[in-house]
Design a protein around this ligand. Structure first.
Ligand code: HMG
Ligand code: MG
Length: 300
């Protein structure tokens, strides 16, 4: 039987949170409507964070409420604290994500607290989420390098991952936040995590600053990881990780996985249309090699 790899599309959130000029709600919604046609089953819609901190994600709850629901698609919202969670709850969101890091400095810059304090805030979120039957995903940024502290000890990544799982996260996505990692270093992080937890509860989130994301995903596949975050047209970045570029593109991830014989559920033509549309809205060349090859072939 073909093995399924879960793709979490983070374009509408990670992809757009770093845009110089925030997209309108209508453009954000159109992107999600396009993505809903692609067969993607998990789509991160936005973040319930402070609009003073990340104006690009303002009104993510309003956006969520405006979307048509599809029983085959799980939407999620990022919620760093109870206030964010309550906004997500009010619009009927069934999955949220909490986010911290393996680096103290990054956590402080990103969510204005220490790692321990972030976990305390999340425990309030977890309690309410359980009461309302809402799934919680966890993120651990800086799985390899931190933009402020440099190299991070894999044991620290494994520790925070374990803490999020113990708290009740059903899955933890490890963020290679600044895209500096190479597969040898990624391997060591998975080794540290897999010594403690099952591959089934882990996901990889690779930024592509140095073009290593696909190599890092291949390494992760070899170690049994079967969930990856990606971003349509390789959009993305983090406002608190200067110089970091976009996520691995969903198009390149699709190409890797489908050619390796994994099932993803993706309808390639619809994916290509979605990536073309958002690239036009942003008036930007698509960095995905596969998308460019696809359109060249289509136009030949
Ligand atoms: P804070 O200033 O410490 O919070 O910010 P506070 O509790 O002291 O409240 C200050 C103000 O923020 C108050 O408003 C609160 O109401 C408001 P005021 O009285 O000044 O008008 N506030 C909120 N507003 C909306 N939603 C909320 C919320 N909470 C408080 N949830 C906070 C703490 C977390 C809010 C802030 O630091 C923040 O919004 N940070 C943004 C973090 C972010 O979105 N980062 C990017 C996503 S993470 C990422 O990209 C990494 C990832 O992709 C993985 C990877 O690549 O590594 C996931
Ligand atoms: Mg990210």
């Amino acid at each position: 039987m073909t093995e399924f790899v879960k793709i979490v599309e983070v374009g509408p959130r990670d992809g757009l949170q770093n845009e110089k000029t925030p997209l309108t709600l209508a453009d954000r919604k159109n992107l999600i409507l396009d993505l809903m046609q692609t067969g993607l089953k998990n789509i991160e819609v936005g973040s319930c964070v402070s609009a003073k901190w990340v104006p690009q994600m303002a009104d993510s709850d309003v956006l969520f409420a405006s979307l048509p629901q599809d029983p085959n698609i799980q939407f999620s919202l990022l919620t760093p604290n109870l206030k964010g969670f309550e906004s997500a709850l009010a619009v009927g969101c069934k999955e949220v994500a909490v986010f911290t890091a393996a680096s103290e400095s990054f956590t402080r810059k990103n969510i204005n607290c220490s790692i321990d304090e972030s976990l305390e805030k999340f425990s309030d979120v977890m309690r309410l989420a359980k009461a309302h039957d809402i799934q919680v995903r966890g993120y651990v940024s800086c799985m390899v390098d931190c933009p402020y502290e440099g190299a991070i000890d894999p044991k620290q990544v494994a520790k925070v991952t374990q803490q999020l799982l113990d708290m009740g996260c059903y899955e933890v996505s490890l963020g290679e936040t600044i895209g500096t990692a190479t597969p040898d270093r990624v391997q060591k992080v998975w080794e540290a995590c897999l010594a403690q937890v099952d591959a089934k509860v882990l996901a990889g989130h690779f930024h592509n600053t140095y073009g290593m994301a696909i190599a890092n995903i291949y390494q992760s596949l070899l170690q049994g990881i079967r969930v990856f975050d990606s971003s349509i047209a390789g959009l993305g970045g983090c406002p608190y990780a200067k110089g970091a570029s976009g996520n691995v593109s969903t198009e390149d991830l699709y190409y890797l996985l489908s050619n390796m014989g994994f099932e993803t559920g993706i309808q390639v033509d619809a994916l290509m249309q979605a990536s073309r549309n958002i690239s036009e809205v942003l008036q930007r060349n698509n960095p995905s090699n596969y998308a460019n090859a696809y359109w060249q072939k289509a136009c030949a």
